[in-house]
Design a protein around this ligand. Sequence first.
Ligand code: M7G
Length: 322
Amino acid sequence: MAAMDDEKAIDLVTKKRKLQNEEEACHQIETRANLGNMDIVGVLNDNPREKCLFLHTKISGDDAVVLMEKTPFDTKTLTQLISQDTSLKETLKNDIYSTFETHLPYHLNVVKTTLIHPATAKHLSKYRQQKTFAICETEEMYKNVTKPFLQEQKFSIQWVYNILDKKSESDRIVFEDACPKDGFVLLPDMKWNRKDLSQLYLVAIVHNRDILSLRDLNHTHLPMLNNILHKGMEAIRKQFTVMPSKLRVYVHYQPSYHHFHVHFTHLDLDAPGFEADRAHLLQDIIDNITIKSDYYQKKSIVFKLRECDGLYIKYKESRYFN
Ligand code: M7G
């Protein structure tokens, strides 16, 4: 028994080391890239509270989206943060209160950048700050407006097929159940830097290519859903030592990408899209379908749309709009 535990511990250390090496390799690739080859077209979104800036740029005439986000503090670097290498310029002093403009050592001043290139009009719309509206989609509205729209307008999911076919990110896969009907691939979400466990964010992508969204689920999908919930949580416990009680496991409706997938995030992370008008807990989905197989075909579902979303425009033109 002790030998088994030792083996598991060694396995975990090897995996962690592999992850660190990958991160270092990623870092080296990033340091070789530069942003000098693009022209700025405009700001899509500038959010001071979340400390992120989304830009529309052009690279060799093609549209691109650049997402820049200040990374959280890393408590492992405290001694470098509070050191003589950090310079402070006083901006206010009053009694016991002072504020400073602070310049951190170069290597602590990291911004995570995501580049989408070439970007489509849908990418530009996805990241542009816009007014939002709630839609209460009935069974009939789904059939008459949403489903026909999705069939003609689906966002490209080539990146999903690249993952399932092992053409991209195969070295990042944390767990796979290869069953074509009930299986899935679990891997770090693009939003996670794979360093900070309190920001942990993984995504489980199913092998079944026929499920557009929550709306398509019924009792025949229960083995797949239970598989994802239990095997996904177990894989995260093993690889990252994050317990199931620290995880939030959910599905978006509407998702951006219409190939069924499940989000696994750390409970302490305020992930974008965890609002009541977008996230559906996987455990609730399993229970609802167990009670009534066609629950998600019959249920009215409230979700948020933005004013430039194609689906919002379709609803505006439809007889359901008020
Ligand atoms: P969603 O519910 O369809 O929409 O989730 P959202 O993007 O509006 O949340 C798709 C999830 O897949 C998101 O959490 C994305 O960050 C993630 N994602 C998107 N892309 C293009 C990639 C990718 O290329 N690789 C990985 N690992 N994750 C991605």
